[in-house]
Design a protein around this ligand. Structure first.
Ligand SMILES: Cc1cc2nc3c(=O)[nH]c(=O)nc-3n(C[C@H](O)[C@H](O)[C@H](O)COP(=O)(O)O)c2cc1C
Length: 211
């Protein structure tokens, strides 16, 4: 079974994983264009949902998605901002599990710009008159009305997840491969058994682990 050359060294595994995430955000056809976000509800119970991966900033360790400010997940994230992100590319036989901390950004230049750039069809979702998750009398009650371009902006927010762990798993008939990368704030340095090589960004430490 073909093993990409990048999968031989921790440095290149790390760089390749972030490059794949960036391509996933940019390419609607990529298997990494959607991800599962796991978080806690306000009552502490676990839940997960699919979202579209909208942006990746490797240098800042950020993955971004868009959401409706009225959605229940926001109340849960306010109480517990730690989240798990899960992506799987069946073609590449690659799973990426990321741990991070979510920040909801509703106001400001970035959400304004992203709103302006978003597809009219995507904007329509934010004009839905009823909050996501609220009970309605039937399937047609919450259909978004046509509206002005700015209408719905008040319900639009971006969620930025700042990642501090990346768990990489490659499925391979000749032996699965798994690596774990952890970020520590500057000054703490890499862990003794870890490896912070050239391809691994500052603050990150990688290690091979048993799959
Ligand atoms: C393919 C797909 C893409 C989705 N993308 C998003 C998204 O980008 N943002 C979002 O808030 N919900 C998205 N959803 C809906 C969520 O999965 C979820 O149903 C909704 O956000 C309500 O979640 P909550 O009750 O946990 O707030 C998507 C669902 C699917 C099936």
């Amino acid at each position: 079974m073909h093993v990409p050359a990048a999968f031989e060294e921790l440095d290149s595994v790390f760089a390749d994983a972030w490059a794949r995430l960036a391509r996933g955000a940019a390419d609607r056809k990529s298997a990494l264009h959607t991800m599962t976000v796991a978080s806690l509800r306000q009552d502490g119970s676990p839940t997960a949902r699919t979202v579209v991966l909208r942006g990746v900033q490797p240098a800042d360790r950020i993955l971004r998605f868009h959401t409706d400010r009225r959605a229940p997940k926001l109340a849960g994230l306010a109480a517990e901002p730690r989240v798990g992100l899960l992506l799987y590319d069946p073609g590449a036989r690659l799973q990426l599990r990321l741990d991070g901390v979510a920040e909801v950004v509703g106001e400001g230049g970035l959400p304004d710009r992203l709103w302006d750039r978003s597809h009219p069809g995507s904007r329509a979702c934010y004009r839905q008159p009823v909050a996501p998750g609220a009970s309605v009398d039937g399937p047609r009650v919450a259909i978004p009305p046509a509206g002005e371009p700015a209408h719905g902006r008040e319900n639009f927010a971006i969620v930025q997840v700042r990642v501090h762990r990346l768990d990489w798993l490659f499925l391979n008939a000749d032996g699965h491969r798994r690596a774990c990368f952890d970020f520590s704030p500057a000054g703490e340095g890499p862990s003794p058994e870890g490896h912070g090589g050239q391809g691994i960004a500052a603050g990150w430490t990688g290690r091979w682990v048993a799959p």
